[in-house]
Design a protein around this ligand. Structure first.
Ligand SMILES: *[C@@H]1O[C@H](CO)[C@@H](O)[C@H](O)[C@H]1NC(C)=O
Ligand SMILES: *[C@@H]1O[C@H](CO)[C@@H](O)[C@H](O)[C@H]1NC(C)=O
Length: 375
């Protein structure tokens, strides 16, 4: 059933291949990778002084880097330079070609190969950003997150950050030697698609709405809503404490903004096409990414200083809260996913905020991210 729908989606979406949202090009910086891929990014620039931490962020499904404009504006107060990169398929970053997408529809081995390319690209991208912007290397006690780079994934973007860590062995040694001096933390904010089938409590019907534009509207409303969970602590809560399907009456994030402003932050084309394919993948390939990223001895020997942090906020959609609860179980007992302890991995559940807390309260979010980084 799911596979059939995905095929239909791809057929339908390919008709829209030129619809990639027109976003003003002025504010985008660009950088080239492998001579054929351009990544577009927003750069808050360095804070005052030559020493600072760079936070590189990869956005989620259907939303581009413009969702981080408020966070970028606040970052200097914390001595951060934020670089928010549009992932592949989000214009004006290079779209995924038909040849690049083909493996995604070729079963498990194809999916693994597809994610290996996406992961490798992130490594090459970070190396290029370091070189172009002469970013400060990590210094001294990385426990104080001094300088260096924090890579942040948000929502479905966490599949790409997992793909990066899971495929460090695809990178040239020279790239690894550079990254070794810079990256100290990968922070996964409300990660999605980590290889667990959703529990039956989670209502999936929006994903089966036959009208893709309506699907996007429903997805966007759901993701921007606030939920009240009676217990957010995975150690004492149980699944009945999580509200999966009934948002509170609190107006969703972006309520009151004009459609034209919201449109600068969204991108329907990848939502309906490549990302929809990823959403409908059978779990094993994304489960592999999670295991290799954080719970695999061999991969953990690459960039061994990198800490992995999983972050959620108390009012986020239930399935995302539930996902971080599964992470807590995995940390407590890595055999839960057939893994082993291989990195410093911890989780943090912030006492307020929804899936877009970095927009609603950018200061608070940066403070909470710093707590998570320094756990
Ligand atoms: C870019 O080049 C790489 C390496 O040769 C290749 O795998 C990839 O498909 C190319 N991507 C595009 C968008 O042409
Ligand atoms: C939370 O508790 C309230 C009051 O006991 C109850 O009405 C509500 O259904 C509970 N919510 C969930 C998700 O269990």
């Amino acid at each position: 059933m799911a596979r059939f729908i995905v095929a239909a989606v791809i057929l339908f979406a390919s008709l829209y291949s030129v619809v990639a949202t027109a976003i003003s090009a002025n504010s985008w910086n660009t950088i080239n990778i492998q001579n054929n891929v351009t990544f577009a990014y927003l750069d808050g620039g360095p804070p005052s002084g030559s020493q600072y931490t760079t936070v590189i962020i990869l956005h989620g499904d259907g939303f581009n880097s413009n969702v981080f404009t408020r966070l970028i504006a606040k970052a200097h107060d914390f001595g951060w330079r934020v670089i928010a990169v549009n992932r592949r398929d989000y214009a004006p970053t290079t779209l995924l070609s038909t040849a690049e997408l083909a493996p995604l529809s070729a079963g498990y081995d194809g999916e693994v190969a597809f994610f290996r390319q996406r992961g490798k690209e992130v490594g090459l991208l970070i190396e290029a950003l370091i070189s172009k912007h002469k970013l400060p290397a990590a210094q001294g006690n990385i426990k104080n997150h001094q300088n260096g780079i924090v890579l942040v994934g948000w929502s479905l973007g966490c599949v790409t950050t997992h793909a990066f860590l899971a495929n460090l062995d695809a990178l040239p040694t020279t790239t690894l030697n550079t990254l070794q001096k810079y990256i100290h933390t990968v922070l996964q904010h409300d990660p999605a698609q980590m290889g667990w089938a959703p529990p039956p409590q989670h209502d999936l019907s929006l994903w089966f709405n036959p009208d893709l534009h309506q699907r996007f509207t429903l997805f966007s409303q759901w993701a921007r809503s606030f939920f009240k969970h009676n217990n957010t602590d995975p150690k004492t809560g149980n699944i009945n404490d999580i509200d999966f399907n009934n948002p509170t009456s609190k107006p969703p994030t972006f309520s009151g903004l004009s459609t034209s402003v919201v449109n600068t932050m969204t991108d329907y084309y990848p939502f309906a096409y490549s990302e929809m394919t990823i959403i409908f993948l059978a779990p094993p390939s994304t489960a592999l990414l999670f295991r290799r990223a954080a719970f695999d001895k061999t991969l953990g020997s690459y960039l061994p200083q990198v800490r992995v942090r999983y972050y959620s906020a108390a009012e986020t959609p239930g399935i995302l809260m539930w996902t971080v609860w599964q992470v807590q179980k995995t940390i407590a007992n890595p055999s839960f996913i057939n893994g082993v302890k291989a990195r410093d991995v911890k989780y943090w559940i912030s006492p307020k905020g929804n899936h877009f807390v970095f927009w609603d309260d950018a200061d608070w979010t940066i403070g909470e991210w710093i707590k998570a980084i320094n756990l």
